[in-house]
Write a protein that binds this ligand. Structure first.
Ligand SMILES: C[S@@+](CC[C@H](N)C(=O)[O-])C[C@H]1O[C@@H](n2cnc3c(N)ncnc32)[C@H](O)[C@@H]1O
Length: 614
């Protein structure tokens, strides 16, 4: 099946190739290209129905021009390909490189200018493509290649219509699509100021060139020099992971080569891996989303940015900001916090050098209408954006660390932001040195406002942020899952399906963290119950009724529920288990220790030679 994990069974009907493909392959061969074991196949465009009668009545909705020509092609093996077969070699003269774009009059003008372009790497390839097509037309050496480039790129989200974009409602990708559109337009108008770009292309053609280059260029090393290139025919391979082929520019052959890494049966599609990426990057840059975007080991790179904002009215705002900024180069709490600024980075938005206190009004630059249209642009000042991802522990640590500083009490805050106070330090830090996995090892190195009360507050805050994010979508996760089973309404490779896959992936990440928060709150409840019982036991000890061991292994105690999780009774994700066992376990130990310390029973018991079960 094209573009899916279950391969080798084409889902869409194959059609005989057209003349332009024959011309293209002839041109490649005449120039010394080798690809005799491979053939190019074109597939029917996805349609919203499989019923032939309905199909006839359907307008070609997925093709802006009304032309039903397919833009979905792939490369197949004509014969069995053993591993390590160089199955494609495209000579250097057929490549279009950045340097060629730089040599055009428009490229030269860009080089002379000091323009700060959004896509400086790609711009010269775009310029070459647009300039050569316009100036040399059918006489261009590359004309046979230009003929087979996808004419509309209607699958790219920047070209989606309002109805298609509606499927992304609630997703941060909507903002990124708008940003991308704006950035391309800005580049276009900026270049028009310094070069006759408008004479060779319209803004729409410029956008097309941007997406064409973005989805088809290869980063290469040629003559020891890093460059980017469009490589005809090699750019016909579709994405699949794990990778089955590798590519390089072979200096000895002076050709771009593709080599198999494993056997590929005759007739099968030959894939290239575009890398391990979050689906939003596949969708934004390549116009598709991967149905099951997981690596063989279960790693899933899908992520969702969560925006956290400090309350500037809070009297402890400055200390909380200090905590947020710890370790960030060049930060001083005397510095004025940054004004509203949107960025996809997971670190604090950079403070412009000219920032003044007058720029501090949260969200001041956004009109109400803009805020409603773009939930992901509502960033008030002093926000941090963290990309949460089920498989990225670093980002989870960062998220929790920021949340802790938002939710902790003023006393806890004081303890962690004041000069090191070892007693307070051990109170809030916990002792995770006993943790078997070291999942939360960073707790040892950085002071955190870590306490049962604060962990509960963190989890509540997280639940709140997540429910707000989930409320922005038009459908629930279970509805998306159901919808995606319907291939009539959501045909494979259609924009609406890709939109659905994207939002389903985002909701899966959000639900994972909601489950984390709910599980943590349940475990904190249990720990508090354990502590209450310990307190009771302490009272009994003081009343002279003897020493009773910690009973948390009882059917509802902490040890019992952790064991249940470890035995996978509840199907809890391993990261949630590690948090409950290591972080909450550590906080629990500290709480027990400090309770016993307070009662002074540890020293009394030690004198009597008694031992405790922890
Ligand atoms: C480098 S081109 C590959 C050749 C392309 N299919 C063509 O016909 O020109 C990249 C484009 O192929 C399509 N594509 C590649 N891999 C895909 C996949 N796994 N699923 C859906 N579309 C894919 C997307 O439209 C993407 O922008």
């Amino acid at each position: 099946m094209l573009y899916s994990r279950r391969k080798h069974r084409p889902l869409v009907e194959e059609r005989p190739t057209q003349d332009k493909y024959d011309r293209f392959e002839e041109w490649l061969r005449q120039n010394g290209a080798q690809f005799e074991y491979l053939e190019l196949r074109e597939y029917d465009s996805p349609t919203a129905t499989e019923n032939e009668e309905e199909k006839k009545e359907q307008p070609p909705t997925l093709n802006k021009s009304g032309d039903e020509e397919s833009e979905i092609r792939g490369v197949h093996a004509k014969t069995h390909l053993p591993p390590h077969t160089v199955c494609m070699a495209i000579p250097r003269r057929c490549l279009i490189t950045v340097e060629m774009g730089q040599e055009t009059p428009i490229g030269q003008a860009i080089l002379r200018s000091e323009l700060d372009l959004d896509a400086p790497k790609h711009i010269f390839l775009m310029v070459y493509l647009l300039w050569d097509r316009k100036v040399n037309g059918e006489k261009s050496f590359y004309h046979p290649y230009y003929e087979i480039l996808p004419p509309t790129l209607r699958n790219m989200p920047i070209f989606w219509n309002a109805e298609e974009l509606e499927y992304l409602k609630g997703s941060y990708l909507l903002q990124q699509i708008e940003d991308r559109n704006e950035a391309i337009a800005e580049d276009y108008h900026a270049i028009c100021q310094i070069a006759p770009l408008a004479q060779i292309c319209t803004l729409d053609e410029f956008k097309w060139a941007r997406m064409c280059v973005c989805s088809r260029n290869f980063g290469l090393q040629i003559d020891g020099h890093r460059t980017s290139a469009l490589v005809p025919q090699a750019d016909m391979l579709n994405h699949f992971r794990p990778r089955e082929t590798k590519w390089t520019f072979d200096e000895d052959r002076q050709a771009f080569t593709i080599t198999t890494l494993q056997p590929i049966p005759a007739g099968s599609q030959v894939y290239d891996s575009y890398g391990q990426k979050c689906n939003h990057r596949f969708l934004l840059n390549y116009g598709f989303a991967v149905e099951d975007n997981r690596e063989l080991d279960g790693f899933c790179p899908n992520e969702v940015p969560l925006e956290l904002a400090l309350d500037t009215e809070d009297p402890t705002y400055a200390q909380r900001l200090d905590f947020w900024m710890r370790g960030e180069a060049g930060y001083s709490h005397l510095q004025v916090p940054p004004p509203h600024h949107s960025s996809s980075s997971s670190s604090f938005y950079p403070t412009p050098p000219h920032a003044t206190s007058s720029m501090m009004a949260p969200g001041a630059s956004l009109s109400q209408q803009q805020q409603q249209q773009h939930p992901y642009k509502q960033s008030p000042s002093y926000t941090k954006r963290v990309r949460i991802c089920v498989s990225n522990n670093e980002n989870t640590r960062l998220l929790f660390s920021l949340l802790r500083a938002m939710t902790c009490s003023a006393e806890e805050l004081q303890a962690i932001t004041s000069p090191v106070n070892s007693e307070m330090r051990s109170l809030f830090l916990g002792d995770s040195s006993r943790s078997s996995s070291g999942y939360y090892r960073s707790c040892r190195d950085i002071r955190h406002p870590l306490s049962l009360t604060n962990e509960r507050a963190v989890m509540r805050k997280l639940l709140h942020i997540i429910s707000q994010a989930l409320a922005g979508y038009a459908t629930s996760l279970s509805q998306d899952r159901k919808d995606l089973l319907d291939q009539r309404m959501y045909p494979p490779y259609s924009n609406v399906r890709h939109g659905k896959i994207q939002v389903r992936g985002e909701k899966e990440v959000l639900h994972h963290f909601a489950r984390w928060a709910r599980t943590a709150i349940q475990v904190i409840d249990v720990i508090e119950q354990d502590l209450k019982e310990e307190q009771q036991r302490g009272v009994e000890v003081q009343l002279g009724r003897g020493i009773v061991a910690d009973d948390s292994s009882r059917s509802c105690g902490y040890d019992y529920i952790i064991r249940r999780m470890e035995e996978d009774e509840d199907g809890v994700h391993h990261t949630i288990l590690r948090y409950c066992a290591d972080v909450l376990g550590s906080v629990r130990r500290e709480a027990f220790k400090s309770m016993r310390k307070k009662r002074g029973i540890i020293s009394a018991a030690t004198k009597r030679g008694e031992s405790y079960i922890f």
